[in-house]
Design a protein around this ligand. Structure first.
Ligand code: NG1
Ligand code: ZN
Length: 542
């Protein structure tokens, strides 16, 4: 009864917006920040319930709209593992977000709690960690989330302040594993494992950092401030931070999404940067792409996207494993996970390396889930979101080898140490631009490779992405990891008829999970033909 009146009372301060139906998409709820108060309040309740359901484990609640415009915001939940909340709970999230009044909200909560056996008697404590990106609307949304959390009896909210999305996921995971989990611990772990990888680089004569400086575009978001901390901890890291948010607007003409989709240099980069290794983070620092500015091109770039980061990581891991491999011994299973957006040339390259490549639909939850099935699962979206997952089994095996007597060669011991350091450096909870950036930098230094050398691993097929505003994006239904349209009927046949006409033509359409659009992706032998395919297919769904 106490619970019921607490919920009713607080819910009455958060009326839902009229005339909008919200849904928990690829990356949680996202919308114009002005209509999100009630949704965030309700998702606060959900987070507390999730903690109770999981025996009092720590749950994460992140307020961010990532690469979207500054006036947008969003909310998503991290499960005890640090990954995205289990998909079974998404329908409940949709239901409560759209409940018309406090009475129906409380009724939905009670029914769900009963069905899921969630104890609402206050006997158990629920813990929710809160984080937000730099959006001005974040502060009041965090308040709304706290009120939601605290209207569940026995629930406690801990505000971690302004942090990157991956930092929050990392902290949730660490807390539930009983490991050190503060922001300082995060920075310590990243910087010490990075240093470890650098120390293990086979000594060559001359320069100890042959690859020169890196310039990082931080999308005018939270990444700038955090990267500055890492930079201070790592005096071996020669980097320059730009677009850290002091003057420019979040994600406006800057950031990984802009650079990857528009294939141009972000604001603040120009002819003076030609040839230098550059990187872009997105607004909440969970995406990373690299690029170089091309001379004489009006802001044109050579893009080094998520697929190429994936390829670099896969190559390095494979090299280290082959140093270790003994016949008849345990062979770890390595899986590489991509989506239909992966450039066809990258898939071909990875196959040629002899790696197993698997496709899932767009969305971190699918890629991450697939990667978890392997001893080493490497996943990336072309847009730069991805990470490497190591199974407990593999890490135990590695640990055993670490303690092995000196019968193994020095080089084998080093390979073990390197893989161990990678597992500490790379965020095991979710894709993380900061840890990804440090791993790229460490590998490039290890190989002694310039960004151009890296980019030469394979040549991207020209591609084009378009988005089409439609009345109802849910009218488009896809299958086979989004590579084929099921509904409306006839569309897929029409797409096939178009792509068949073009050498190396490939195209697919899918409803976005984060915006009110249908996305079109096309690939072909030349940029002109890729553009043509995309434009013709866009007309089909318009
Ligand atoms: P949607 O809007 O579902 O395409 C976008 C990205 C995803 C993922 C999510 C979450 C593209 C084409 N899609 O999803 O890869 O990153 O946002 O942020 O980049
Ligand atoms: Zn993001």
């Amino acid at each position: 009864e106490q619970q019921r009146s607490m919920l009713l009372q607080s819910a009455s301060s958060f009326p839902p917006p009229k005339g909008t139906k919200l849904s928990y998409g690829t990356a949680g709820f996202r919308a114009d920040a002005s209509i999100l108060q009630s949704t965030v309040f309700r998702i606060g309740i959900l987070a507390a319930l999730r903690s109770l359901k999981t025996g009092g484990a720590v749950i994460g609640l992140m307020i961010t709209a990532s690469h979207n415009k500054v006036s947008d915001n969003g909310v998503k939940i991290a499960d005890p593992s640090g990954g995205m909340i289990t998909q079974d709970w998404e329908p409940f999230a949709d239901c409560i977000a759209n409940a018309p009044d406090p009475e129906s909200l409380v009724q939905l909560i009670n029914e769900f709690a009963k069905k899921e056996n969630i104890p609402l008697d206050g006997a158990k404590t629920a813990t929710v960690l809160l984080g937000r990106d730099t959006r001005p609307s974040g502060e009041s949304l965090v308040k709304a989330a706290k009120q939601g959390i605290c209207s569940v009896v026995g629930a406690v909210a801990t505000d971690m302040g302004i942090i990157t999305t991956p930092q929050l996921h990392w902290m949730v995971r660490a807390r539930n594993k009983g490991l050190k989990a503060s922001e300082l611990d995060y920075f310590e772990q990243l910087s010490s494992s990075f240093r470890c990888l650098i120390d293990l680089i086979p000594k060559k004569s001359g320069d100890n950092n042959p690859i020169g400086k890196l310039i990082v575009d931080c999308a005018n978001g939270v990444g700038g401030e955090k990267l500055q901390v890492l930079k201070e901890k790592l005096n071996g890291l020669h980097l320059e931070i730009r677009n850290s948010g002091e003057s420019g607007i979040l994600n406006e003409g800057v950031g990984a999404d802009y650079v990857q989709k528009e294939k141009v240099a972000p604001q603040g980069f120009g002819p003076a940067d030609v040839g230098i290794r550059c990187a872009s983070l997105d607004g909440d620092a969970d995406r990373l792409v690299y690029f170089t500015v091309i001379s004489n091109g009006n802001n044109k770039i050579n893009l080094v996207d998520g697929d190429k980061i994936l390829s670099l990581f896969a190559l390095f891991i494979k090299d280290q494993l082959s140093i270790l491999s003994d016949k008849n011994e345990y062979q770890p299973r390595v899986g590489v996970v991509q989506t239909a957006y992966a450039n066809g040339a990258s898939t071909k390259y990875l196959n040629q390396l002899g790696l197993e490549v698997i496709f899932t639909p767009t969305g971190v939850k699918y890629l991450h889930g697939k990667a978890e099935e392997y001893d080493i699962g490497i996943y990336f979206e072309a847009n730069g979101h991805g990470t490497i997952l190591f199974s407990e089994h593999f890490l135990n095996w590695l640990e055993g080898r670490k303690n092995e007597p000196s019968s193994t060669t020095k080089e084998k011991q080093n390979a073990v140490k390197r893989l161990w350091a990678v597992s500490k450096l790379i965020n095991q909870a979710v894709g993380d631009a900061l840890s990804g950036l440090l791993l790229v930098e460490a590998i490039l230094q290890h190989m002694g490779w310039s960004v151009d050398k890296w980019n030469e691993l394979y040549h991207d097929l020209p591609s084009r992405q378009l988005k089409v505003k439609v009345a109802d994006r849910s009218a488009v239904v896809t299958t086979y990891a989004e590579t084929s349209v099921e509904k409306p009927p006839g569309i897929q046949e029409a797409i096939n008829a178009i792509t068949e006409k073009y050498p190396e033509g490939r195209c697919f359409v899918r409803p976005s999970g984060t915006e009110d659009v249908v996305r079109v992706y096309a690939e072909a032998k030349t940029q002109e033909t890729a553009d043509e395919v995309a434009a013709s297919v866009a007309k089909l769904v318009d």
